[in-house]
Ligand binder design. Structure first.
Ligand code: BGC
Length: 730
């Protein structure tokens, strides 16, 4: 199919707009939720009162709605189908926080390209992804959906996901529109409480929360989703300074902006807008082009507002134009329908499953491995117990934001271990305890329901798990948080293992049998009390369709873990927020004693992750001691695998500005490279440092600056990297 460029699409859109009625225009920029439990939408689609639907993923249903739009609506404008393709559609990849832990943008790009292929083959045109919100508070449930705390890692992962989902340009065959979200600052939720008002300084916006969006826009993202919460006392959906001035004016975004689900209507509940008409007017004027509605849509009020002279026709037309341009560039007018018979082979593509396994393997982070307890040798333990509520749970292997996976394909940790050890050991699986949210979320309709055990059942399950450990030569505990305890509306005030998992762990440890721990969770949990008692801990996030295979291969040494933490891991919830990119303060030597009642250092730094082998990194060298603005310098080091396993290390470069017009973070990640090395092999790693890397937004001067003077550079394998050099910026 011929690719349609932006200018041509604009021209075609304007021709269409000149033929549209007011109702068709407001309809074109209205998106409705097409879930089975919502009122039917057929009439509205046929009447041209809807331009987009979300939540349909079945090709036959997509074609059904598309036929109504194309064959029955007056102008035959096709619908745009959007879906939360967050970490896969049928083949589920690790959750985005896990993908970020791979520190492997090429892999992440491939994963999202596979997700896009499955979506497009199903008739979906647009993903409400990637979520690129920087998140520095693990209490916030949605930390799982992003790349963690760091602006640089977040930017690299944002761009990789956009490239994967969308391809080199909008309309690339087999790809879909990427919609980075939520613009802007949603991840700064105070107390980690979802949807809470956010206050952000200009400097935090520009230097921390904006960079991933800049990267996503540079990668060509065709859509942006505005955010729910209020930022600096105005709902983000109504913030013209954000959407129109910053996003479009300064960043040059030319795609369309969608509100978050019900975000336009929410302004009434937020006590910001008076009524639907007011809400619609504010959202459109601020720069949203499409309303994602969950029920009645406020944008239906737009025609009356135009007629009453409260809304210029040109404002409405511009939003319609941006939506039509996306449809035209995606080729929907040429081929609106999906080939229903062609979907299944793409959805069932074994290459996607294989990629999901590699992605899971590369996302695993070995947090702790006392006395090289891991890897285990298959067959040494003849009786293996796999214990824990997450051990054999399909939804908890896949994680949140998963709607149409192939459950039979999903390999849980227990299944992965049983398959891996087949013929070499017997495997007994026991859940021990059940995990439930304490508070309802309102989103339960989308997730699996667990029938609660009676007290007698609970006791029997607990005892059976402890008996299994007692009878085993090796126990593998699989603990963490259930998928319903992670994601939207799943913030946590306590980071210790929920449910009766600590009691289960105590009882299993009391058997005296060897134990290792696999953690499944969407955030760092408080495991301080566990570390001294459990010799090995493998952080597995929610590893996806082939997660159990990846975990088993890692536990038993076929895979050497090389993932790294994309977030600083606190010792205790009271330390939160504890990201590494804070400034030095006037007492930098007291950084580890900022509390009188315990250490203020994290349990594990950002970037941490162990390996079954060891690496040596040589002191780096700079090719020039002075950086002339506009030029660049290179820093080079050499890394050698000095152990006996092949393995991966992520070489990381951190910088710090010694003095200048602002206080800059004590450290900032600026570059990284994941390298794979055989035992004895060594590789040169080279990073180019340019002036953009050392520049920052100055809130007083309201512009990006480069301060001359001395900069510290560190090379290493986590945020505590200690191979140090200095660089002078002239
Ligand atoms: C979330 C969005 C999501 C949308 C549609 C909202 O509740 O905040 O991230 O894309 O629902 O499911």
């Amino acid at each position: 199919m011929r690719q349609i460029n932006h200018a041509e699409a604009v021209h075609r859109a304007r021709v269409l707009i000149s033929q549209m009625t007011l109702t068709e225009k407001s309809g074109q920029i209205s998106q409705a939720f097409a879930a089975p439990f919502m009122p039917p939408l057929d009439d509205a689609v046929a009447a041209g009162r809807l331009g987009s639907l979300l939540f349909v993923s079945d090709p036959a249903r997509i074609n059904h709605y598309q036929r109504l739009a194309v064959e029955q609506s007056r102008l035959g404008i096709p619908l745009l189908f959007g879906f939360d393709v967050i970490h896969g559609l049928r083949t589920i990849f690790p959750v985005p926080l896990g993908l970020a832990a791979s520190f492997d943008p090429d892999l992440v790009e491939q994963a999202q390209a596979a997700a896009a292929a499955e979506a497009r083959a199903s008739g979906i045109h647009w993903a409400f992804a990637p979520m690129v919100d920087i998140a520095r508070d693990p209490r916030w449930g949605r930390i799982v959906e992003g790349a963690g705390e760091d602006p640089h890692l977040g930017s690299v992962m944002a761009a990789a996901q956009v490239r994967g989902l969308q391809g080199p340009e909008l309309g690339t065959p087999g790809r879909i529109i990427a919609g980075p979200k939520h613009f802007l600052g949603y991840g700064a939720a105070p107390g980690g409480r979802d949807y809470e008002p956010v206050s952000l300084s200009d400097a935090e916006i520009r230097n921390v929360y904006l960079p991933p969006f800049v990267a996503a826009i540079r990668a060509g993202a065709g859509n942006i989703m505005s955010a729910y919460m209020d930022i600096n006392q105005q709902p983000a959906v109504a913030a013209k300074w954000l959407l129109d001035d910053l996003l479009r004016g300064e960043l040059g975004f030319t795609g369309f902006v969608v509100s978050d689900a019900n975000g336009v209507q929410n302004q009434i509940a937020q006590h910001f807008a008076v009524d639907e008409a007011d809400a619609a007017l504010r959202a459109l004027n601020a720069g949203n082009d499409m309303e994602m509605a969950m029920g009645p849509n406020a944008f239906a009020r737009l025609p009356a507002l135009v007629e009453q002279g409260q809304l210029p026709m040109a404002t409405l037309d511009l939003a319609v134009e941006r939506v039509l341009v996306a449809k035209i560039r995606m080729g929907l007018f040429e081929s609106p329908f999906v080939d229903e018979a062609a979907a299944e082979p793409v959805l069932a593509d074994p290459k996607h499953r294989a990629l999901a396994q590699v992605a899971a393997e590369r996302s695993l982070v070995l947090l702790h491995n006392q006395g090289n307890c891991l890897p285990l040798t298959p067959g040494v333990a003849r009786r293996v117990a796999v214990i824990g509520p997450l051990a054999d749970s399909v939804p908890d292997t896949l994680g949140p934001w998963v709607f149409v996976p192939d459950k039979r394909e999903t390999v849980t940790v227990a299944r992965g271990i049983a398959e891996h050890l087949a013929g070499r050991a017997t495997v007994e699986v026991q859940p021990g305890v059940q995990l439930h949210r304490m508070m309802p979320s309102g989103l339960e309709a989308f997730g699996p329901r667990l029938k609660p055990w009676t007290a007698a059942e609970a006791e029997a399950h607990f005892d059976a798990a402890v008996d299994a450990a007692r009878g085993a030569d090796q126990t593998i505990l699989v603990l963490g948080e259930a998928q319903s305890q992670s994601g939207e509306r799943a913030s946590a005030s306590d980071l210790t293992l929920p449910g009766g998992q600590l009691e289960l762990l105590d009882a299993v440890l009391a058997t005296g049998k060897p134990v290792v721990l696999v953690l499944l969770a969407g955030r760092p949990l408080d495991i301080s009390a566990l570390v001294p008692r459990v010799p090995a801990i493998l952080m597995s996030w929610y590893p996806g369709t082939r997660g159990g295979t990846a975990v088993a291969r890692t536990l038993f040494g076929d895979i050497n873990p090389g993932g790294k933490l994309p977030v600083t891991w606190p010792r205790h919830v009271g330390q939160v927020p504890i990201h590494y990119g804070r400034s030095r303060t006037h007492t930098p030597d007291r950084a580890d004693s900022l509390y009188h009642d315990g250490p203020s250092t994290p349990l594990y730094p950002f970037g941490h992750g162990l390996s079954y082998t060891s690496f040596q990194i040589e002191p780096p060298v700079l090719d020039k001691a002075v950086l002339i603005p506009g030029e660049h310098v290179a820093i080079t080091t050499r890394i050698t695998n000095i152990g006996s396993h092949s393995g991966d290390e992520v070489v990381q470069l951190y910088v710090h500005q010694r003095a200048g017009r602002a206080m800059r973070p004590a450290r900032e990640l600026k570059a990284f490279q994941r390298v794979s090395l055989e035992p004895g092999e060594s590789r040169e790693v080279r990073f180019v440092i340019d002036t953009e890397m050392l520049s920052y937004w100055h809130s007083g001067e309201r512009r990006v600056l480069l301060d001359p003077g001395q900069f510290d550079l560190w090379i290493g394998t986590d945020a505590h990297a200690d191979l140090h050099l200095t660089l002078i910026v002239a």
